[in-house]
Design a protein around this ligand. Structure first.
Ligand code: 8YV
Length: 325
């Protein structure tokens, strides 16, 4: 009897793996190292569905080696490792996991921002090294009363805006299409792009990585920022010109940066970012809580089940594929 072949590239909890195994002929991609596109091409020839992590780049070329593929269900809200236009042209439905991770990413945004502005690392070292015996800890800066500038007001950006309001911050945002609801409800005021870089005390990036946003924040934008301002990136490392950011930090053009994402990932410990004192770094763990990852995994598996059985999944990136079918 023919069983539908599904490839899983993301490590999923046992119970979800069991439910997938009961329904499909499952192939699990080995963890990092073997996860390059070419090593799975032979299995992709018969694969009809994929539960996808960041492990594979679904380029048009790779999609061409997947003649039977119908559904790619991404674990994550960002789907920049999938050529969606090429998938749509081949009638392949792409799903993702929005909303369920917005809270966790927004929380880490503020954890990083406060770590930077309240000099958490310096103050911790002050205790651990005994420096406290002779001097009080270094002073930080308030975020209360300051202006948060959000680039990209999607689900995550809006949650960051709500959290910023809880910290008594003013919130301005830039997005290609204005969010009149956010403006009307008083959540965030629209700002021109240059004005945002000029006026914000904190610039926080939450836009998707697209051909338009790739390398879109660089020398010119950092030159607009206040010397006292901080830069945060929670989206994708490639949205910014990282060398320009390093220069802005080294020269004191901006005060500091907090980055959950870099280009490349993992970041080489010899990278200049790792030795700058005014930088806080985390290893792309914006959604990295037990609860949020569980919710993402459940949604990705649910999307796959629904899409494979011809139903409209909870979160489809290119739902027009379903209409075409
Ligand atoms: C990662 C993320 O995908 O949702 C996104 O777009 O960047 C993260 O949540 C995470 O590593 C899950 O694989």
């Amino acid at each position: 009897m023919h069983r539908t072949r599904v490839l899983v590239t993301a490590p999923l909890p046992d119970d979800l793996m069991t439910s997938l195994r009961e329904a499909f002929d499952l192939e699990v991609m080995p963890p990092a190292g073997a996860q390059d596109s070419t090593s799975v091409i032979s299995s992709l020839a018969t694969t009809e569905g994929v539960v996808l992590s960041e492990a594979l780049q679904f380029t048009a070329e790779l999609l061409d080696s997947c003649p039977k593929l119908r559904v790619i269900s991404k674990v994550g809200v960002g789907y920049d490792n999938i050529d969606v236009a090429a998938a749509t042209a081949r009638n392949i439905l792409v799903c993702n996991t929005p909303a369920v991770l917005s809270g966790a990413v927004a929380d880490l945004t503020f954890a990083l921002l406060l770590a930077l502005t309240r000099r958490l690392r310096d103050n911790e070292a002050h205790v651990r090294t005994g420096a406290w015996k002779t001097a009080s800890g270094p002073l930080g800066h308030d975020i209360r009363g300051k202006t948060m500038g959000i680039i990209g007001l999607g689900g995550i950006g809006r949650t960051v805006a709500r959290t910023a309001r809880g910290f008594d911050m003013s919130v301005i945002y830039y997005k290609r299409t204005r969010d009149l609801e956010a403006e009307g409800s008083g959540l965030a005021a629209f700002s021109g792009r240059d004005d945002l870089f000029r006026d914000a005390d904190v610039v926080s990036v939450h836009c998707a990585l697209t051909p338009e946003t790739r390398q879109s924040i660089g020398e010119a934008e950092f030159a607009l920022m206040k010397p006292s301002s901080c830069f945060i990136n929670m989206s994708r490392g490639a949205v910014i010109d990282q060398a320009a950011l390093v220069r802005a930090l080294q020269t004191g053009r901006i005060a500091g940066a907090a980055l959950d994402v870099t280009d490349p990932e993992p970041l080489d410990p010899a990278d200049p970012l790792c030795s700058l004192p005014n930088v806080v770094l985390t290893p792309h763990v914006g959604s990295g809580t037990v609860e949020t990852r569980r919710a993402m995994h459940e949604l990705a598996v649910q999307n796959l089940f629904q899409a494979m059985s011809g139903k409209v999944p909870k979160a489809a990136v290119n739902p027009q594929v379903l209409q075409a079918r």
